[in-house]
Design a protein around this ligand. Structure first.
Ligand SMILES: [Cu+2]
Length: 363
């Protein structure tokens, strides 16, 4: 064989090896969007949305079961995210939370089984001032273990709420006490960190607002927290919505309610309005305001310097993120705030619904 032939043969072999390797990622998993169902090798499952997954692990099957608990009662409250009263003990603000399952109405005729803090979705708002010593006593009345993570708050490591890392899970019937100094000022939230895929989607999330020590020079006339999330309801059963085939949401809520049950926010013409948007579910929501542009004044709790504040009419709120937006209500009328993934403005595929909310500007 001539040197020329050997060279051509070598190049062809190399090309074959490279083409065989191409669809394999570093993890050894084919990088095509098509995956094989383990139980039925003849069945090809095509992912309906980028980034979605297919359940293939028997050990995780319980995550896809309906949300249930023994003897679940209807919620006694109708509004979530309300300020949580506290008591003072030697200069410490002491809050009490109980995790429990309730039947929670997200709109007329649609009730989900929710895992909650103190029986509401979202759980109660903890609102303190920067520098406050805070103690939160958490009693677990769920059928499953849980922990609480103080998302964005600068807590000592032992208070971070990560099971198996910073603490043991709080078992059913047990109590755990968290204590830390509230800092920095801003829009934060708290949520379960145990089987978060299931427990956070099932309702274990709530606002944690830290007001600045120095009061705001130009405080807004209206200051609202809006927590955005998703649910899956099938045949009267509730599932934690997940970005996974068969688990995708068909109901979408702002503060635990789907339009038209979402709160109507009434403001006076000329008012400065602050909305604190919190992505508490597992999907991205580009929230669009009609009629008036807004400024993004804080991201993930931290103030944006004035010169860097973007003026926008739509802001995408990804899971875990917070955007504080402010606008002056310059025109009277009913102005809609809604998600611009328009499937998210439906209730079980029927428009209008889901992530829509009316801002009523009056004289
Ligand atoms: Cu959306």
């Amino acid at each position: 064989m001539s040197i020329r032939k050997i060279l051509i043969f070598s190049l062809l072999t190399l090309a074959l090896i490279l083409s065989a390797c191409a669809p394999i990622g570093t993890s050894g998993v084919p990088s095509t969007p098509i995956s094989m169902n383990n139980n039925n090798p003849n069945m090809m499952v095509v992912s309906p949305t980028p980034g979605s997954m297919v359940a293939e692990n028997a050990a995780s099957a319980h995550m896809m079961e309906p949300i249930t608990a023994p003897n679940v009662q209807p919620a006694t409250e109708t509004a979530g995210g309300q300020p949580l009263p506290y008591r003072e003990e030697n200069g410490v603000k002491v809050f009490e939370l109980t995790t429990k399952a309730v039947q929670w109405e997200i709109m007329d005729g649609v009730t989900v089984t929710a895992y909650t803090y103190n029986g509401t979705v979202p759980g109660p708002m903890i609102r303190v001032t920067e520098g406050d010593q805070v103690r939160i006593i958490v009693k677990n009345e769920l059928p499953d273990p849980t922990t609480v993570h103080w998302h964005g708050v600068e807590v000592p490591n032992a208070m971070d709420g990560v099971p198996g890392v910073t603490q043991d899970p709080i078992q059913p019937g047990e109590t755990f006490t968290y204590e830390f100094v509230a800092k920095p000022a801003g829009t934060f939230w708290y949520h379960s960190h145990f089987e978060g895929d299931k427990q956070v989607g099932a309702g274990l999330y709530a606002p944690f607002i830290i007001d600045p020590k120095e009061p705001d020079a130009n405080p807004p006339a209206v200051d609202k927290v809006l927590m955005i999330s998703e649910w899956r309801m099938t045949d009267g059963q509730t599932f934690a919505a997940m970005p996974m085939t068969g688990m995708e949401p068909n109901y979408f809520t702002i503060n635990g309610k789907s339009f038209p049950a979402t709160e109507e926010i009434t403001v006076k013409k000329g008012d400065l309005v602050r909305l604190r948007l919190i992505g508490s579910g597992q999907f991205i929501h580009p929230m669009h305001l009609h009629g008036m542009p807004f400024k993004i004044v804080a991201t993930d709790g931290h103030p944006v310097p004035e010169a860097a504040q973007l003026t926008k009419d739509t802001v995408s709120v990804a899971p875990g993120e917070r955007y504080d937006i402010e606008f002056v209500a310059t025109e009277t009328g009913q102005w809609m705030l809604h998600c611009h993934i328009l499937h998210h403005t439906t209730n079980d595929n029927v428009e209008p619904g889901g992530l829509m909310l009316m801002i009523n500007v009056v004289e």
